[in-house]
Design a protein around this ligand. Structure first.
Ligand SMILES: [Mg+2]
Ligand SMILES: [Zn+2]
Length: 194
């Protein structure tokens, strides 16, 4: 029997974006000290982990491609997140990251790729890695691109309305909407019990 997954977007779902004075925008953390989980993320992940789903993070991280930080910075943030979740006894099976950006300036990472959401390559890769039933899997994300990539592979979708990502939501048709990741987790659990 194939397994079910919950794909989780990272920034704006599990991790709080950080306000940057230079860009006057909320952006992903670039240093370990900047890492903060969203309210109720721990509760949400605990609830999902207790059900019959494996938890996978799927995240676009283009800041190296855009020369906003170094790969070692992203690595530091990732390790801080892993440590934080481990301390809460939460098991994320794997983190799938896309580091590319089509309009970046870093020669190594600036290109069009199939893994950047709304591309669905990372979900397809995860499906092979874990023998997933994508139609019985879920995506929880805060941008249209999260919803779009999951729709392409037939997974169910929940759009979370983080206040700092409003400009990235323009009416993608998600199966469900939720105020935050805990509300999204509750939808998954209700639907799977039904
Ligand atoms: Mg996001
Ligand atoms: Zn990519």
């Amino acid at each position: 029997m194939k397994r079910r997954a919950v794909f989780l977007d990272r920034d704006g779902v599990l991790v709080e974006p950080v306000y940057r004075a230079d860009s006057k925008a909320h952006e992903p953390p670039r240093r370990a000290e900047e890492l903060a989980l969203t309210p109720r993320a721990v509760e949400a992940l605990r609830a999902l982990q207790g059900a019959d789903h494996i938890l996978l993070v799927v995240s676009n991280q283009p800041d190296v491609a855009k020369n906003k930080c170094a790969m070692s910075d992203l690595r530091q943030v990732h390790l801080a997140l892993e440590a934080r979740l481990q301390a809460e006894k939460i098991r994320i099976e794997r983190f799938y990251y896309c580091y590319h950006h089509p309009d970046g300036t870093h020669p190594q990472w600036s290109r069009t790729c199939a893994c950047r959401k709304p591309g669905s390559l990372l979900l397809e890769t995860a499906a092979r890695d874990y023998d997933l039933d994508l139609e019985r899997s879920w995506m929880i994300g805060d941008r249209d691109s999260d919803i779009e990539c999951a729709r392409r592979v037939g997974s169910k979708t929940i759009l979370v309305s983080h206040p700092h990502s409003q400009e990235y939501r323009h009416g993608a048709r998600a199966d469900f909407e939720a105020r935050d990741v805990l509300e999204a987790a509750q939808i998954v659990l209700r639907r799977c019990a039904a």
